[in-house]
Design a protein around this ligand. Structure first.
Ligand SMILES: [Zn+2]
Length: 309
């Protein structure tokens, strides 16, 4: 069986974001605490005992406290069910949580060479000694089975593929430690249970739905997809920033080139938006945007959602 827990559904900054006074953030701090959401990450397991995180967000500590499946097993002085972390990009909201995983428990980090180069280039990540925490390169279009800390197979098969995106923000205008050519900065994943063949897709950052991506996703039973902004110029119009969704490497939910329209008619059983920015009005229950998204068969991701395939 394939088990998935949504640890966090929000984009970078979370909901509410520390310095934001937008409508969603204000409501999340006040009369609508149910709007609160941590930064995007999921946990996945094929045996219910050993878990792999997809990305490690800065909210990881809080997410682990809230998720009993990821607590140390009863009676063990030092233990974690987390066998590894699979990184889909090098953004802060995908890698900063690794720093909360110091303390000597063994696990493995799986990432594309470009993302591993970022970790190597930042000595603070040396707090995760390579003796306990192996860093395993993964390659585009090359399926791999992550291993458990004792070397046994996990029963999962992960296929990384490239999606349209961009390098980490903090590297803009700087030399990428992994080189500036080639893909690898933004990955989508197909996660499959080897025993049952059940699988799902995780694409938390995507700037464009190409025909290739459409044919890959057609007929999928579960898709987690980039839901950062409702409309491309949302941050600009709201006075919250100067970047467009596309400028940040994220497709919008709405519009003729948006995710809802682009992924319609692909016969995907369950579609869940993830990595939702606090500026996105679809977060608000009862909003017109929420109704449109739900009417098109999408679910607005929420922390703590559990799915079994
Ligand atoms: Zn806000």
């Amino acid at each position: 069986m394939l088990r998935v827990v949504v640890l966090g559904a929000a984009a970078g900054g979370g909901v509410p974001q520390w310095n934001c006074g937008c409508e969603v953030c204000r409501k999340a701090r006040g009369e609508h605490p149910e709007l609160q959401s941590t930064q995007a990450s999921i946990a996945v397991s094929s045996d219910g005992e050993h878990w792999f995180l997809v990305n490690a967000s800065p909210d990881l500590r809080q997410q682990l406290i809230a998720t009993p499946q990821l607590h140390p097993k009863r009676g063990a002085l030092r233990h974690s069910p987390i066998a590894g972390v699979i990184l889909t990009n090098g953004e802060i909201d995908a890698i900063a949580g690794l720093l909360s995983m110091r303390e000597g428990s063994p696990f493995a980090i799986y990432g594309h060479e470009k993302v591993l180069a970022i970790l190597r280039d930042n000595s603070i990540f040396n707090v995760l000694s390579e003796k306990n925490v192996k860093r395993v390169p993964i390659a585009i279009n090359s399926a791999f089975e992550p291993a458990l800390p004792d070397g046994k197979p996990s029963g999962l098969e992960i296929l990384p593929f490239t999606v349209t995106g961009k390098g980490a923000w903090y590297l803009e205008g700087k030399a990428h430690p992994g080189g500036s050519d080639g893909a690898g900065d933004t990955l989508g994943l197909r996660v499959r249970d080897k025993a049952t063949g059940k699988h799902f897709y995780f694409i938390a950052a995507c700037a464009d739905v190409t025909d290739e991506l459409k044919s890959r996703l057609a007929g999928a039973s579960l898709l987690f997809f980039d839901g950062t902004v409702w409309r491309d110029d949302e941050l600009v119009v709201a006075g919250l920033g100067t970047k467009t969704g596309k400028g940040m490497g994220h497709i919008s939910m709405s519009g003729s080139a948006g995710a809802i329209e682009s992924l319609a008619g692909l016969d995907i059983d369950r579609k869940i938006f993830l990595h939702i920015n606090n500026s996105n009005p679809a977060l608000l229950e009862g909003s017109a945007e929420r109704r449109i998204a739900e009417g098109a068969g999408w679910q607005i991701g929420a922390d703590g959602t559990e799915i079994v395939l």
